[in-house]
Design a binder for this molecule. Structure first.
Ligand SMILES: NC(=O)c1ccc[n+]([C@@H]2O[C@H](COP(=O)([O-])OP(=O)(O)OC[C@H]3O[C@@H](n4cnc5c(N)ncnc54)[C@H](O)[C@@H]3O)[C@@H](O)[C@H]2O)c1
Length: 358
């Protein structure tokens, strides 16, 4: 297990999901953590849970002054900064490229890409002087493959990866390492948040997403914040002092793609389909609760349409559609991306003409 005693880390988006798990794990392994977020209530609660090894600071990653202040807080209070984890994020609107506004593009880039640049910039200013430090940028499978997120989201996450490599190259000689971690499907509040949920419904959406992701990737369970936090802890640690400019993909095999029919996945796919066919009432009770997403369902669910049903995450289209929502089912037959293969929705209704929230 990586030992982080004596290290000081700043984590953005530390109030929830991957960020909260990262703050907790880094502190458990001995680091002092500056937990930052715009959700002050949850952020302060994470810091309080961690205990004396954490402080909370309101930090909006779209504001350069806030990010500079977070780095300054680490050095003022703890004398150094060993790790800057640029993690804060949101999904943004799921729209066809022709319907995507320039404002949405800019807003996504501000939260996802510009923020990682600013975090890298302000950490680098101090780390260069110190002669040590690690920057970890949280990207996404949407930044390495198409079809896993809205266009601006995927483009911003891809930008994060190239900025990581570029900064790593420059900063290596100063003892500063810059790496990325790319999560796959992780059970957090990000999907519910993007769907406009709040309060209890937002909290409950995490379990719903967890069930939805259970067969989304070759490893048959959803990713958890702790899975990503473990990779981040490694990159922060002295075990990784010769690692820079790299991207650790932690996705349960999601980006490996789909197997050819009849290949070794055939049995698993058949089992998955059989599961859809023979669901008991008890099984149905564990399906993602569509009511949680009333009026907000992102209508694109990925999976392969087969025999009138679907597998993987796409299997959720049927129950969700059955509860009155239109869902567009999309499948990725090859590395060129996803294509629309079917609809589930209100009986007799025409499928939606746009990939927009109903
Ligand atoms: N959950 C997934 O499946 C998944 C997959 C790939 C990548 N990611 C990435 O992981 C990172 C963490 O996401 P998560 O799943 O833990 O989501 P989450 O919604 O649980 O946490 C995101 C946090 O970022 C904060 N945040 C949003 N806008 C902010 C801003 N302007 N300034 C500061 N904080 C802000 C939110 O308040 C929240 O606490 C994001 O960058 C996300 O894109 C997540």
């Amino acid at each position: 297990m990586t030992d982080l005693h004596g290290k000081v880390a700043v984590v953005t988006g530390g109030a929830s999901g991957i960020g909260a798990a990262t703050c907790t794990l880094l502190a458990r392994r001995g680091a002092v953590v500056v937990v930052t977020d715009i959700d002050d209530e949850r952020g302060a609660a994470v810091a309080a849970d961690v205990g004396e090894n954490a402080v909370y600071l309101h930090t909006d990653v779209t504001r350069e002054d806030d990010i500079a202040a977070a780095v300054q807080t680490a050095t003022d209070r703890f004398g150094r900064i060993d790790a800057m984890v640029n993690n804060a994020g949101r999904v943004g609107a799921w729209t066809y490229v022709a319907d995507t506004t320039a404002d949405e593009w800019d807003a996504s880039f501000a939260v996802l890409a510009r923020s990682a640049f600013l975090g890298t910039k302000h950490a680098a200013r101090v780390m260069r002087e110190q002669g040590f430090g690690a920057v970890i940028n949280v990207s996404s499978v949407a930044g390495v493959r198409t079809g896993f997120g809205p266009h601006p989201y995927g483009a911003a996450k891809a930008a994060v990866l190239q900025m990581t490599r570029s900064a790593a190259h420059e900063l290596a000689e100063f003892g500063v390492r810059v790496n990325a971690v790319t999560p796959g499907g992780v059970a957090t509040r990000i999907v519910g948040h993007g769907a406009g949920l709040d309060g209890d419904a937002l909290d409950a959406s995490v379990d719903s997403v967890r069930r939805g992701l259970a067969t989304f990737q070759p490893i048959p369970r959803a990713g958890e914040g702790e899975d990503i936090a473990a990779a981040i802890a490694y990159l922060v640690s002295d075990d990784a002092t010769f690692v820079t400019g790299q991207n650790i993909v932690v996705d349960g095999g999601l980006t490996l793609g789909k197997a050819w029919p009849g290949n070794y996945r055939a049995e698993a796919d058949a089992a998955s389909w059989a599961g859809q066919e023979d669901r008991s009432d008890a099984d149905r009770a564990t399906e993602p609760d569509a009511d949680l997403f009333a009026g907000h369902v992102p209508p694109v669910l990925t999976g392969e349409e087969r025999h009138g049903g679907s597998d993987g995450f796409g299997g959720n289209a049927r129950p969700v559609g059955g509860k009155g929502f239109h869902c567009v089912l999309a499948a990725g037959g090859d590395d060129l991306g996803f294509h629309e293969t079917g609809h589930h929705g209100v009986d007799g209704d025409a499928p939606p003409s746009h990939l927009e929230r109903e």
